[in-house]
Each structure stands twice: as C-alpha cells, then as structure tokens.
Design a protein around this ligand. Structure first.
Ligand code: ZN
Length: 185
C-alpha cells in the first residue's frame, strides 16, 4: 500500500475538484493554507480509512490488512454509513452528493493499493470470494512495515510518495491560479 501520505493527498485533491467544491464546500477556513475546508479534511480521512484495518490485526494477531476493509462491499457500506452520520450531524451537503464523494474517496484508496508493488493484493470481492486481487502493473513501491521505522529502504517509497504529493499539489495550484485568472477577466 502507499503510506497515509499519498492516500490523504489523493482524498484532499478529490475534494478540490471543481465539481466537488461547487456541490460540497460550504464553509472555507480562508486563513488556513490550501483551503482546508471540512470537506478536504473529510476527503483525506476517508481516503486513509481502509488502512485502519491494522487495528484489528494488531489486537488479534490475525490477518486483516487488505482484507474485508479493502472490498467493494465495504466501500459501499462504509460510505453509506459515514455519509449518513455526517449528513445527520452537519447537514452541510446533499446526502446523495456526500455519499458519492465518500464512495469515490474510498475507491481511490483501493485503486492506489491495486497499483502498489508487493503483497498479494486485496480481497476486492469479499464476502463473495476470499481471493486477493491486484493490478498487473505497479506505480507505487511497496512499504516494508516489517523492517521497522528507520530502515534505509523506506527512502524509496518516501521519495516516490513525496514526488507524487508535490505533483498533485502543484497541479491543484495551477488549476487554482487559472481559475483566479479567468475570474479576473
Ligand atoms: Zn490500503
């Protein structure tokens, strides 16, 4: 899997797309950098959420990582549940749009994991099948958790993910600058 860095940046980027912003961004914290509205923090959180399966794995010692939490069924059910709760509490967006945004952020996590080197893949079709699936090609290098926190090999994935994150943020800033220019015309 990519680390939480790349997943969170992806969720943040999805929250900044024009369609998302026009439908879901209601209140912006204008004094914070990168427009950290509630929906951008929410998008980053949802895009990291499937990897919270490390908690039951850590508690029980059983294999959970990239299991049921990385399935299409989980993407659907978790998105329904969380968007219902958030909508019930905040009522800051239409429920349908909030659900679609949540589902896309969750699926983006699965897509990034699918193109990460190493490992068996994900139980994408759980509970219909226990089989693990992954893409036939890789974009992100693997993260070797078993080697500990300070292993030198981590420099590879950190470099790739920082490069990916900076590229995404740069593209967003270009889009923002372009939008401001057209507003001023
Ligand atoms: Zn994952």
């Amino acid at each position: 899997m990519p680390s939480p860095i790349a997943h969170a940046i992806t969720g943040y980027a999805l929250s900044q797309l024009p369609l998302t912003k026009s439908t879901l961004t209601v209140r912006k914290a204008a004094t914070l950098p990168w427009r950290l509205s509630w929906i951008s923090i929410y998008g980053a959180f949802i895009s990291v959420l499937p990897d919270f399966d490390f908690i039951p794995q850590w508690i029980t010692g059983l294999r959970f990582h990239r299991g049921p939490s990385h399935s299409l069924v989980a993407a659907l059910l978790v998105s329904l549940l969380i968007s219902s709760v958030v909508y019930g509490i905040a009522r800051r967006a239409s429920y349908g749009k909030l659900f679609v945004f949540t589902f896309i952020c969750y699926i983006a996590h699965l897509a990034m994991d699918a193109v990460t080197a190493g490992g068996d893949g994900m139980q994408l079709l759980w509970p219909l099948s226990e089989q693990y699936f992954r893409a036939p090609f890789s974009i992100f290098p693997p993260v070797h958790h078993s080697r500990g926190f300070w292993d030198a090999s981590h420099a590879v994935f950190i470099s790739v993910e920082l490069g990916y994150s900076l590229m995404v943020l740069y593209m967003l800033s270009l889009r923002k600058a372009k939008g401001q220019r057209s507003e001023n015309l």
